[in-house]
Design a protein around this ligand. Sequence first.
Ligand code: KG4
Ligand code: ZN
Length: 340
Amino acid sequence: MLVLGLETTCDETAAAIVRRTGEGPGEILSNVVRAQVEEHAAFGGVVPEIAARAHVEALDGVVEAALEQAGVELAELDGVAAAAGPGLVGGVIVGLTAAKALALVAQRPFVAVNHLEAHALTARLTDGVPFPYLLLLASGGHTQLVAALGVGRYVRLGTTVDDALGEAFDKVAKMLGLGYPGGPQVERRAETGDPVRFAFPRPMFGREQPDFSLSGLKTAVRLAAEKAAPLSEQDVDDLCAGFQAAVTDVVANRVRAAARLFIQRFGQPSALVVAGGVAANGSIRLALTRLAGELGLRLIAPPLNLCGDNGAMIAWAGAERLALGLEDGLDFAPRPRWPL
Ligand code: KG4
Ligand code: ZN
């Protein structure tokens, strides 16, 4: 089964062609991502109106490149999928409308994909992980611990009561004058920093319910930065290292709590899976690898190019739904809010 997937929910314009032959892994024939980093850099974050216009300008070329690199004609596709949310509505409309038009022209089924589900199913695309598995979904807008029981069957075990993990990285980067997106910048600066110079709190540590709270940690970084001002390069490195160490500890502790809850309710998971942009963080990956080892679980973390937003995950989620006979009408409306 050959599926084209479009992703336009945030600041990446992406299209990909994926082949599904069974439960997974799938085959990625092309995966074209055009990031809008420059468009938003000056604003220190994604500007919705600018993002929507940039998607309009880029999408045709990105789709053409995806078809060409895969060596696939529109007529050979078995379906066209687009992320229909959650995300910025202007961008979602662009991708959704294009996918519907392509499906209509090719006379193939259209699938509206939940962007979060696409992140959640990436481990099946890359590794063919069987259900059920424990998933940490950590991106710029979402932080969730989920029991993935089947396609379309997810039970949320925990979430954040305030900032998302990626959002906390982005906000810390912003307050320290580092660029956007903040996660990679903070990680890079932390490499040369001292993680114990600043003793930052580990919010929610030890709580049974696997929730996160990150705003207190963010405030602690801000206060420490104000106290140490004017900041030297080394101060910034140390603040980043201290923050990343605290976040890493919190993530490991919260995932441990979620694993306990998972086993109580659903038995042994087939794997521990991490997905979303924050899954690119080396310190968090390392801590999760250790934790998975302790729990006797395999850790599945996507390759770096599949951590952030991409079309391949949308195409794969579309293929998984099509394989179950699920497709959507061309009247499917954008869902800016769409919980997993
Ligand atoms: O999944 P994603 O590409 O987009 C959303 O759906 O939000 O995630 C983007 C988020 C941003 O907040 C970014 O700062 C964060 O992932 N991120 C990282 C790293 N790379 C990206 N956070 C920590 N460390 C990284 N290396
Ligand atoms: Zn995402």
